[in-house]
Design a protein around this ligand. Structure first.
Ligand SMILES: Nc1ncnc2c1ncn2[C@@H]1O[C@H](COP(=O)(O)OP(=O)(O)OP(=O)(O)O)[C@@H](O)[C@H]1O
Ligand SMILES: [Mg+2]
Length: 283
């Protein structure tokens, strides 16, 4: 049995998040159960405010859950972990550091020897088409280049899991398409597990093995759609009738999820080994 230990698998069981107390109490996430296989690319879609970022932050160990179980690589998440790389909409680069210093910043924070990672940083920047920009400061880089640096930084410690919260939504359409292709290349090469939050249905379908829709009030996972297109994927897949049919079905699911509390709370679950589930629920 593979219980996900040391593999980059993610399992959430009945995860709930309540912000505040008393009159300020707000249930942001009602009950999310989902599983992501090692090396799988899963996107999360859903209306603004449905709790996508909150869920991602809980998986990253940057936000505490109120109840439920979150397992990463078979272990309960208790705080940030080096095997998880994370990327946000804003690249959040340090303006006084060069591109390569920004990429190496997590290594400094983890107090690991920088020299052990320099070659990897140069290789990552090269793969992103940033050779020659290593010594540039963020203000001398374009928006797309800054997001590439942020992606290199997320990958510098060789994470098994990459969590991304609308990483390309501030970019223009052409740069965004380019970044999608870069991301798929990197993901295929490093075989990381990827969870990608986006508002773009087409982006989610192009990138993912599965697309989960969050919705309802308070929110949960309302649908789980497998994307059948073979890899490597070419942009022309977006012109096919099958691609557009999946997008249309997802649009319907998102619309139906608005304000709907009668939803299937295990929609995002893969069939997991019974032992994992029973053991986790009891924790
Ligand atoms: N620290 C906090 N304190 C109180 N409420 C919060 C906090 N963080 C988020 N929320 C609330 O929780 C809900 C979910 O927020 P979240 O940011 O996870 O939504 P989202 O799905 O990522 O939205 P968007 O698509 O706009 O990014 C929102 O109603 C938000 O106001
Ligand atoms: Mg968000």
């Amino acid at each position: 049995m593979n219980d996900g230990r040391d593999t980059g698998a993610i399992t959430c069981l009945s995860v709930r998040k309540i912000f505040g107390t008393g009159y300020n109490r707000f249930e942001a996430v009602r009950s999310v159960s989902l599983s992501v296989r090692p090396g799988e690319f899963v996107s999360l879609l859903g209306p603004s405010g449905c709790g996508k970022s909150t869920l991602l932050m809980m998986i990253a160990g940057l936000e505490r859950k109120s109840s439920g179980t979150i397992l990463v690589g078979g272990d309960e998440v208790a705080g940030p972990r080096p095997e998880i790389g994370i990327m946000f909409q804003d690249p959040t680069l340090l303006p006084w550091k060069t591109a390569i210093e920004n990429v190496l910043f997590p290594i400094d924070m983890m107090r690991r020897p920088r020299n052990d990672y320099k070659e990897r940083a140069i290789e990552l920047l090269r793969m992103m088409g940033l050779s020659g920009a290593e010594r540039k400061k963020p203000r001398h880089l374009s928006g797309g280049m800054r997001q590439r640096v942020a992606l290199c930084r997320a990958l510098i410690s060789d994470p098994r899991i990459l969590l991304m919260d609308e990483p390309f939504s501030a970019l223009d359409a052409i740069t965004r398409d380019e970044m999608n292709v870069v991301l798929l290349d990197i993901w295929q090469r490093y075989k990381t597990t990827a969870v990608f939050v986006t508002h773009s249905i087409r982006e989610a379908v192009f990138l993912s093995d599965r697309v989960l829709v969050m919705g309802g009030r308070p929110s949960t996972i309302i649908s789980d759609t497998a994307v059948p297109f073979p890899r490597p994927r070419d942009f022309s897949v977006g012109d096919t009738a099958a691609f557009n049919e999946i997008c249309r079905a997802l649009r319907d699911q998102i619309d139906r999820g608005h304000g709907n509390s009668d939803v299937n709370e295990t929609a995002g679950m893969l069939p997991v080994a019974p032992g994992v589930r029973e053991q986790s629920i009891g924790m």
